[in-house]
Ligand binder design. Structure first.
Ligand code: ZN
Ligand code: ZN
Length: 364
């Protein structure tokens, strides 16, 4: 991981270029990226305020000792009795250079904390921290690549545990239990576990439930865990005994769409061109109306983060970005098919983190 000093200085560079005089972050992924740590988010306003030269934190007294032992930033402490206003004011005096203020505000900050801060900044010009910290977070370093690969390999293990359990008569929930147990063997809490069988597969975000698997079901399995603070996300297909009618053709189309997106993903291209590459394959096969979501999303400290690979995204993809490629076709009343890889964008194209094949697994 880059040191916190490097990350703070990278943040100040991007603030300078965008004319931003203050970055205000709440406990969450942005703060974690900058500090390597974030306090537990709750209702007590807590901020990291980064100015052109000076940074400060506003923290409630109940957490001050713990935070102070973990970060190397001056703390402006407030008590439950007095409330946070005076601490916010003193921190702003310490970090702001004077003159007009342009703040980049953490888009995940609670509205009460955000308004409390903005009220003290009187009509500052503002943008979201997606433009500052978010832009920096899109570029991963070698330590992050390694952490994401470890997370991906835990997901591969969990997926195989799900495959091994698969048989007619089991419920979706029981397959999910087997997957969670697979994650647990890799010291990885499961973050989400979607098992969508038969017609349920036609709902891209089906809630895993009590449907009993039957011979001839296609099953969408989309899983992710958190390994050492980093997420995984992958989707594979499984067949209970045999494929439903028409399955192989549609799987082939989704696979070709995924490969087209892989071939289109190169440093320097706009994200929407990768979405288009996948979508064109599916549209030309006459299934365009059944591909009902974007082609991919970034993945780093969070399982969904920029860049987003949508039909309209103008984000320029660059070497070192990490994102999913996950086209799908969802046929109401029949089945759904999604295939999802997480890739690191290298100079010459995407490197896939998973080592599992994308052909459908067929249970006994
Ligand atoms: Zn995904
Ligand atoms: Zn997924």
């Amino acid at each position: 991981m880059q040191s916190n000093v490097n990350r703070l200085s990278a943040l100040r560079d991007i603030m300078r270029h965008s004319g931003t005089t203050l970055t205000a972050l709440a406990p969450g992924a942005h703060m974690h990226w900058v500090l390597g740590y974030h306090p537990h988010p709750d209702e007590r306003p807590t901020y990291l305020l980064v100015g052109p030269q000076v940074a400060a934190m506003v923290v409630p007294s109940v957490n001050a000792q713990d935070i102070g032992s973990r970060v190397d930033v001056p703390l402006h402490v407030w008590t439950d009795e007095d409330g946070p206003s005076a601490a916010i004011r003193s921190a702003l005096v310490a970090v702001l250079p004077g003159g007009p203020v342009r703040v980049s505000l953490d888009e995940t900050m609670r509205a009460d904390a955000a308004l409390l801060l903005l009220d003290q900044l009187n009509a500052a010009e503002r943008c979201f921290a997606t433009e500052t910290v978010g832009a920096l977070r899109m570029h991963k370093d070698d330590a992050e690549f390694a952490a994401l690969k470890t997370a991906a390999s835990a997901a591969d293990h969990a997926m195989q545990a799900g495959f091994a359990a698969l048989r007619p008569g089991l419920t979706e929930r029981q397959v999910a239990d087997a997957i969670r147990a697979g994650f647990a063997k890799k010291d990885t809490p499961s973050a989400f576990c979607l098992v969508a069988s038969g017609p349920n597969g036609a709902f891209p975000h089906h809630s895993t439930g009590d449907r009993v698997l039957q011979t001839g079901d296609a099953v969408v399995i989309d899983i992710g865990g958190t390994t050492g603070g980093f997420p995984s996300d992958m989707t594979r297909m499984a067949l209970v005994g045999q494929a439903p009618e028409g399955y192989d053709d549609v799987h082939g189309i989704v696979e070709r769409a995924l490969q087209a997106a892989m071939a289109a993903a190169r440093p320097g291209v706009v994200a929407k061109s990768v979405d288009k590459a996948a979508r064109d394959v599916i549209t030309q096969a006459s299934y365009g109306e059944y591909f009902v979501h974007r082609t991919g999303h970034g993945l780093g400290l969070e399982v969904h983060e920029p860049p987003y690979l949508t039909a309209t995204s103008e984000t320029i993809l660059q070497e070192g970005m990490v994102f999913s490629i996950e086209p799908g076709i969802y046929l109401p009343g029949r089945f759904g098919i999604r295939l999802e890889e997480i890739v690191i964008l290298r100079k010459d194209g995407p490197e896939i983190l998973s080592s599992l094949p994308r052909a459908a697994f067929i249970s006994a």
